[in-house]
Each structure stands twice: as structure tokens, then as C-alpha cells.
Design a protein around this ligand. Structure first.
Ligand code: PEP
Ligand code: MG
Length: 906
């Protein structure tokens, strides 16, 4: 028979998959001999069976009976016994903690008879009836689906009748009457009386906890936290102990270190004469652990000893729930506690100094995401602020600027040097320019995977999305929150780490961690207070260890000398991708226009001639900033029409000019070119290497500029290490054709300039065919760089510019994937192509250098995957470089080979 029920004495902390986090840790504490009330855990497997079949497995009922009887024998009382009842709590507990998302029922086993038994043994009438009315309300809400307000209303009526304001002022007799009122609510709402049979209560409660796995809010939470929907929850059935049995009882939560700041020393809240839910609900002010030590020194010192014991055992910050029942301490829960990013780094290094963990382990205790969070500028919390609304914290950071309501205004004000916040109901790919120009993006609609959120995160822009209280009227250029109207130009501030939106300016302070990363330790330590100092040193030590440990190199995607220099300060070991198209925007767009419009080879040559010195200058800057380190320059990739004006705009311009009797010849020529170059699927059209092969001279010009830039750097005493990369190759033949020309140009420049030029020529692997024929492509390629953006686009057939806004929210909701494959590499699909290409490429050329330059290069989970498949480096945006360094170190010390696969699609 499948084993669905484990007593607390049977499990251990390593069985979270089966017993859930809470169950596994209760078992662990039981094994340690700590005072845990006895009980048992129904496994996640039982939950999965129930959710699949829609009925509770028959074996489960039998096993619950046996575990319950064993429990009854142990404590010498029976569930719901009228004389001296055993009462139990029924609590959810999934593998990953989902705070407040699922259900709990306390005091199961109370009924009209056993409440009197409880009254007799406790000698406390009020306590007994209070426990019963809590059961009916919780059970009514959770198990029977009754609106909780109905119970709250009944309580209000009672308090008014008695002329009291607080629950605690009601007497035992009052509460006995309230129980009657609650029972009437149950009868009225369900047509049945409140179930009196203790075992029926237990069975229904277990089923309700199973069901709570799939509530809307639980699904939403899992989506946000990337927790798979098919894990199910365990159910813990635990002997009730009571913190509300008088002044010598109470309940509390504590942490072995401060989870908010990471400060050393225990930290906790205690509420005398209360049950756990009262602490969470914040009804009364809590006491500190020091207060507890004064009231009940014996329990407090026992609690301190348990905390020390648990921290030593788990070798990490533990968060603990406890109850004191008439002077006896009980442990109700422990787990390795959640903590802020700052606390994570500080605690990890404290534990190293205390010789409880190794530096390798410390590296495992922090994440790249946490480091990223510490790098964003912060609002000064001590400043005066006017909160306007709260949305979702979609992309961290603190941004202040003039509110603008469309992309054009964002671009215009930004160009005039004014920081702006782009405020939209939601964004679309059309808003991209505005998003790039803006310091932050605020939307009133959409979740954390909305276009605004995804794109903002991708480019490190601060974003708050789904701030639904804000009514955005783009046409009127206003945003309204209740009676406050924000007009274009009014200053707003958004906090992407909290989701808060403020009216007016809020001072920002640069994050000390970002300053450390750019300026070094000393620059920060000089002015830092003790907490900040400890944090920065903790980051420094962890990151240095990551650097010493990692096998993966970390480069940056950078197109300008300035970006490259910044990336280098942040630890980049080269440029993995210079997108040369960015060099043809702005003023230079006209030069590309001229190239496109050229109607003779002489005109084309002239256009290219004009571009060469500009390109050469760009490359010199880049090579200078990265002197001595590799710089991969990619030849032009996007379709040419991206450099031309919009078709509709042009048509309008031509029509208007004709109307006015002006000469629209230039615009007509452009329009003709736009129409000639129009493609239905431009991303699958004339771009990348295809463009290089059909537009004579373009790639040659770029290669010449690269070679001449390298030559000039050498003459100036530099050490340029430039590499040329060909985009969108699908066949080795394409690469052979390009190489024939490229190698010739490099040789020619070397001879003319009288220098030795060693410029490797490689390819991107960003089409499935390239991955599948990598063995052949390696014959003509000095290196591979995986373009996982296009590889994801083409492997899935997802248009990368459209799908995230169009239907990813629905796909995430339906569980097709738990994270966008454009964000975290889809290991089993796209990753398989990467693996094939790595293996086959190296079979042809064992020393073939391989990296990745798609966005995934800076994504923590993906970095682990790239480590595992044996790439040489990852390349990512400059501000992700420290994140990638840390994650590459973590990947190197990780023993968990499945880590990278956790979040991938099914
Ligand atoms: C890629 O496709 O992953 C890549 C890096 O190129 P781009 O994003 O410029 O298409
Ligand atoms: Mg690409």
C-alpha cells in the first residue's frame, strides 16, 4: 500500500518533496528531541492523487485512522472526547513556503459535547467557548466556503449588545451565545448543521487544505515565485497546544538573526494570552523576547537554547513559531528563514566567520537576483513622501521624473535633458523608444509579466506595473487617482522594489553596493556606517570568492566605449557582443538611407565610404576601453527597413507635400524603398548574414573598419583583441562565403598597415539549423556565440517582439511554462539545441571557444545551465555583469545539477 501518512517521528528535513517544508521540519525538530506537539503529516503525493482523481484515496482514510489512533494512544486522549478532548490543528505545508496562501483549521475535535470537556479540564469557560467559536468560523470559511464577514458581523452585533469594543471583553457566557449565532450562520449558508463528528471535521479539513492548493491567489503566488503548479501540498495534523490559556501562556515568532538587516542577535515578537493568528493579524502590540525573558525566564531561556540548537543544526538563519502553554514551551514550526538581500549577504559571511559554513556554502546562500536588488539606487526612506498609489514591484530601482503619457513626449523631454517617467495604461512594443528614454515606467494595468514589466526588467529600467488605482488618460495626458490629477510634466517617483508611486520628488541615494562595484571597496568604506560597511564587505568577500571559483568567463554586451568601460569596472572580461546596428542610429541613419537608396555601384561605394571612418572611430573607442581583453564585433544584423522611416508616416508626408504643391521626390524615393524592402516576417527575412551576402560591400566596409581600428590601436601601443562575428548563419556555406571575403580584407589591411592582425572570425548560433549542423559550421568558424534570443524565437516559433505582450500571461497562467523562455533559457528545448551544438562543434574543433550573448547570459538559472554544458563564457548587459559573476561562481560550487531545470517549461 502506498504510504500517505508519516508520523512526525518518521520524517526528516530532507523530505520536503514528500512532507512539505513544514512537515519535514516538524519531523526534524522531533528527531532532535525538541518539544514538538505530536502529530502526523499527510504527504504531497496524497494531495496530488486527490487533485488528479477528485476523490480522497481510500488508503489515505485508513492510514489517517491508524496515525490518529497512535496519536491518541500517545497523548492519552481521544479526538473530540467529551470528557478530555484531544484537539488538533490541520495546516497546509507545501515544499516551498507560500505564506498566507493556503488554509489552516485550528481546534478540530470541538463540538457541543467536547467543548464542555475542554471547559472542565482547562477550568476556563471563556477559553473553551472562544476555542469553539474560532473553530466554527475557521472551518466555516475554509472548509464550507462561507463568507468570513458573516462571522465577523455576528461578533460585532454581540460586542454592540454587550457594549464592549474588544473581543477579549466578551465573557464565556457571551461566547457561548456567539457559538449559537455562528452555528446559525453555518446552517443558513449550507443548509446543514455544523458537523459535530470529530473525524468528519478532520476529513473535511484535510480535503479543504488539498483544495486550497488551487485557489486563485495560490496560483498567482506560484506564478510569481516560479513554483510549479503540480507539486501539491502536504497536510500537517498536530496536537493543539494553547497560547490563550491565561497570562502564563502566549505565542510568538522569532528569528535567530534579524531577517530584515542581517544584524546579529535574536529577534522576535511575543503575544501573551493569544493564539498564532492573533500575532499575524496584528490585533494587539507584541512584546519583545526581552519582555518574555522578564515574564517567564525559564521558558525564555529554553527558547534561546532551542534557537541556538536549531541554528547550529541548520547552519543558517531559522525562523521559528512557538507557543507557551501554561509555562510549557512548544515548538510549532521552524524553517530556514526568508530574508532580504542585504541580510542574505551579511548572514552568509557571519556564518563563515563563526566557522559554521564554508565560503563555498556562503556562495550558495546568496543569489544574483539579491545582488541585483542591492545594486539599484534607493529612495531615501527618511524623506517626506506623498504616496499616490501602490502597484506591483516589477523591476527594482527608484526613479523620479516628469510624468509623460506617450513615447514621443518621453523621447522629446529626455532629449532635452529632463528625466521622465513614462505613464501608460499598458505598454506595447511601440512604446519601446519611450521606455528607453524614460527613467522609469509606470502602468495601471498588467502583471509582472506584462510587456512593461518584462521589457523594463530586460533593460534594467525601474518599473511599477498594474497600479490599478491610477486612471490613465493618454489622450488627455493625465493620470487621476481619486481627486488627485497628475498632468504631463508633474513630477512623480516610483519605487520598483516596493511598487510604491509617489507624487513629487523623493530624494534618491545611490546604493552603496553599486558604488562599491564601480569604485571599489575603499571608496565606500570611508563613509559607510557599521551596517552598510558590513554589507559591502560581505558582498565583496562573496563576489571575490565567486571570481576565484568560477570557470565561466563573464563578458558584457556593449556597443560604445563608455558602456565597455563601465562594464570593465563592473568586472567584465571583454565584450561578448557589440551590436553594430546601434552605431547607425541618430544622425547616421541618413548615411544608411543613402546606402539603401543607392542606385549604382558608385553611389553605393560612396555611401559606404562615408560610413567607414565613423565605424572605425567607434571600434577604436571600444578597443581602447577593453584593451587587452576580447571584443566581439557583430556584423550588421537587422533588416534594413529598420533604418527607414515608418511606411505610413512617409505616405502621409508624401501626400501632404503633394497637396501643398511641394516636391516630395526624396520622400517618394524613400517610400519606394520602404515598399521594396517590406517583409511580412522581417525577423525571418533579409537580415544577418543574408544581408551581407546580397548587399555588396556592407560587411566588407565593417570588416575593413574593424581591421583598421585594430591596426591603429596596435600602432598606439594597445593590445586589441578583436573578433568578428557573423549573425544568423544557418548553413556553413554562408560562412564560407563571408570568410573568403573577410580573411582577404584583414590580410590586405595588415599588409598595408604593416602590422600582424590576428582576428578570429566566428558565428552566432541562433537558428535551429545552425545548432543541428554545428559540426559542419565549426569547420569555418573560429568560435561560436549562442544568440539565445533568436534561438528561442526560432525554436519555439515565437515572435520575440510580440508574444510576451500578446499571450504569455495566459501561458504562464495555464502552466505551459513557469517563466518566459525569453527570460530563463528553456533548458529542455532550446537548451537541447545548445547542447547538440556544443558537442558537435567541439567534435569538429576540440578547442572551439563558445559563449552566449543572448539575454539569458545574465539570467541566474540560465548561467547555471551554461556552466553545465561547458560554455567558456557568458555575455550580458553591463549592469548584469556582477550578477553573472556571482552566479557563475555559484554554478561552479553547486552540487545540485537540477537547479537550472527547476523553472523551465514542461
Ligand atoms: C540573440 O539573438 O540572442 C542575440 C544576441 O542577437 P539579437 O538579440 O541582437 O538578435
Ligand atoms: Mg540575434
Amino acid at each position: 500500500m502506498q504510504k500517505y501518512v508519516y508520523e512526525f517521528t518518521e520524517g526528516s528535513k530532507d523530505e520536503k518533496d514528500l512532507l512539505g517544508g513544514k512537515g519535514a521540519n516538524l519531523a526534524e525538530m522531533t528527531r532532535l528531541g525538541l518539544p514538538v506537539p505530536p502529530g502526523f503529516t499527510v504527504t504531497t503525493e496524497a494531495c496530488r492523487r486527490y487533485l488528479a482523481d477528485g476523490v480522497v484515496p481510500a488508503e489515505l482514510r485508513v492510514q489517517v485512522t491508524r496515525a490518529l489512533r497512535a496519536l491518541e494512544d500517545r497523548v492519552g486522549r481521544q479526538l473530540g472526547d467529551p470528557e478530555d478532548p484531544l484537539l488538533v490543528s490541520v495546516r497546509s505545508g507545501a515544499k516551498f513556503s507560500m505564506p498566507g496562501m493556503m488554509e489552516t483549521v485550528l481546534n478540530v475535535g470541538l463540538n457541543d459535547a467536547s467543548v464542555r470537556g475542554l471547559e472542565a479540564v482547562s477550568g476556563d469557560e471563556r477559553f473553551a467557548w472562544d476555542s469553539y467559536r474560532r473553530l466554527i468560523a475557521m472551518f466555516g470559511k475554509t472548509v464550507l466556503g462561507i463568507d468570513g464577514e458573516l462571522f465577523a458581523d455576528a461578533m460585532e452585533v454581540m460586542k454592540q449588545e454587550r457594549g464592549v469594543t474588544q473581543d477579549v471583553d466578551l465573557t464565556g457566557g457571551d461566547l457561548e451565545e456567539l457559538v449559537d449565532a455562528y452555528k446559525k450562520v453555518v446552517k443558513q449558508e449550507t443548509g446543514r448543521p455544523f458537523p459535530q463528528h470529530p473525524r468528519e471535521q478532520l476529513d473535511l479539513a484535510i480535503k479543504a487544505v488539498f483544495d486550497s492548493w488551487n485557489t486563485e491567489r495560490a496560483r498567482l503566488y506560484r506564478r510569481r515565485e516560479r513554483i510549479p503548479h503540480d507539486l501539491g501540498t502536504a497536510v500537517n495534523v498536530c496536537t493543539m497546544v494553547f497560547g490563550n490559556l491565561g497570562p502564563d501562556s502566549g505565542t510568538g515568532v522569532c528569528f535567530t538573526r534579524d531577517p530584515a538587516t542581517g544584524k546579529q542577535g535574536v529577534y522576535g515578537d511575543y503575544l501573551p494570552n493569544a493564539q498564532g493568528e492573533d500575532v499575524v493579524a496584528g490585533i494587539r502590540n507584541t512584546l519583545t523576547l526581552a519582555d518574555l525573558a522578564e515574564r517567564d525566564p525559564a521558558s525564555a531561556s529554553q527558547l534561546y537554547a532551542v534557537m541556538r540548537r536549531l541554528e547550529t543544526h541548520y547552519r543558517d538563519l531559522c525562523d521559528i513559531e512557538f507557543t507557551i502553554e501554561r509555562g510549557k514551551l512548544w515548538m510549532l514550526q521552524t524553517r530556514v528563514g526568508k530574508r532580504t538581500a542585504a541580510a542574505a549577504f551579511r548572514i552568509a559571511t557571519q556564518l563563515v566567520d563563526e566557522q559554521l559554513i564554508t565560503l563555498d556554502e556562503a556562495l550558495q546562500r546568496v543569489t544574483g537576483e539579491q545582488l541585483a536588488r542591492l545594486m539599484f539606487p534607493q529612495f531615501d526612506r527618511s524623506a517626506d513622501r506623498t504616496l499616490l498609489a501602490t502597484g506591483l514591484a516589477a523591476s527594482p530601482g527608484a526613479a523620479v521624473g516628469a510624468a509623460v503619457f506617450d513615447s514621443a513626449a518621453a523621447v522629446a523631454r529626455h532629449a532635452a535633458g529632463e528625466p521622465v517617467i513614462l505613464v501608460r495604461r499598458e505598454t506595447t512594443p511601440d512604446d519601446l523608444e519611450g521606455m528607453i528614454a524614460a527613467s522609469g515606467v509606470l502602468t495601471s494595468r498588467g502583471g509582472k509579466t506584462s510587456h512593461a514589466a518584462v521589457v523594463a526588467r530586460g533593460m534594467g529600467r525601474t518599473c511599477v506595473c498594474g497600479a490599478e488605482a491610477i486612471d490613465v488618460d493618454a489622450a488627455a495626458r493625465t493620470a487621476r487617482v481619486r481627486d488627485v490629477v497628475v498632468n504631463e510634466g508633474d513630477v512623480v517617483a516610483i519605487d520598483g522594489s516596493t511598487g510604491e508611486v509617489f507624487l513629487g520628488d523623493v530624494p534618491v541615494i545611490p546604493s552603496p553596493v553599486a558604488r562599491y562595484l564601480e569604485e571599489g571597496l575603499d571608496a565606500v568604506l570611508d563613509q559607510a556606517d557599521e551596517d552598510t560597511g558590513e554589507l559591502v564587505v560581505a558582498v565583496h568577500r562573496t563576489l571575490s570568492h565567486a571570481d576565484a571559483t568560477r570557470r565561466l568567463g563573464v563578458r558584457a554586451n556593449a556597443d560604445t566605449g563608455e558602456d565597455a568601460a563601465r562594464a570593465r569596472r563592473l568586472g567584465a572580461q571583454g565584450v561578448g557582443l557589440c551590436r553594430t546596428e546601434h552605431m547607425f542610429l541618430g544622425d547616421r541613419r541618413v548615411l544608411i538611407e543613402r546606402l539603401i537608396l543607392a542606385d549604382s555601384s558608385a553611389a553605393r561605394a560612396a555611401a559606404l565610404e562615408a560610413l567607414t571612418p565613423l565605424q572605425r572611430g567607434d571600434f577604436i573607442e571600444l578597443l581602447e576601453a577593453m584593451d587587452g581583453l576580447p571584443v566581439t564585433v557583430r556584423l550588421l544584423d537587422p533588416p534594413l527597413h529598420e533604418f527607414l522611416p515608418d511606411r505610413t508616416d512617409l505616405a502621409v508626408r508624401v501626400a501632404v507635400a503633394r497637396e501643398r504643391g511641394e516636391d516630395p521626390a526624396a520622400d517618394e524615393a524613400l517610400l519606394a524603398a520602404v515598399e521594396r524592402l517590406h517583409e511580412s516576417n522581417p525577423m525571418l527575412g533579409l537580415r544577418g548574414v543574408r544581408l551581407g551576402l546580397v548587399l555588396p560591400g556592407l560587411f566588407a566596409m565593417q570588416v575593413r573598419a574593424v581591421a583598421e581600428a585594430a591596426a591603429e590601436r596596435i600602432k598606439e601601443g594597445g593590445r586589441p583583441e578583436v573578433e568578428i562575428m557573423v549573425p544568423l548563419v544557418g548553413s556553413v556555406m554562408e560562412l564560407h562565403l563571408i570568410r573568403d571575403e573577410t580573411d582577404g580584407i584583414i590580410a590586405e589591411v595588415a599588409e598595408r598597415e604593416d602590422v600582424t592582425l590576428d582576428i578570429p572570425v566566428g558565428t552566432m548560433i541562433e537558428l535551429p539549423r545552425a545548432a543541428l549542423t554545428a559540426g559542419r559550421i565549426a569547420e569555418a568558424s573560429d568560435f561560436f556565440s549562442f544568440g539565445t534570443n533568436d534561438l528561442t524565437q526560432t525554436a519555439w516559433g515565437f515572435s520575440r517582439d510580440d508574444v510576451e505582450a500578446a499571450f504569455f500571461a495566459a501561458y504562464l497562467d495555464k502552466g505551459v511554462f513557469t517563466v518566459s523562455p525569453f527570460e530563463t533559457l528553456d533548458e529542455i528545448g532550446v537548451g537541447r539545441l545548445v547542447r547538440i551544438a556544443v558537442e558537435e562543434g567541439r567534435r569538429t574543433r576540440p578547442q572551439l571557444k563558445m559563449g552566449v550573448c543572448g539575454e539569458h547570459g545574465g539570467d541566474p538559472d540560465s548561467v547555471h545551465f551554461f556552466h553545465q554544458v561547458g560554455l567558456d563564457y557568458v555575455s550580458c548587459s553591463p549592469f548584469r555583469v556582477p550578477v553573472a559573476r556571482l552566479e557563475a561562481g555559484r554554478a561552479a560550487v553547486s552540487r545540485d545539477d537540477t537547479a537550472a531545470g527547476l523553472a523551465g517549461p514542461r
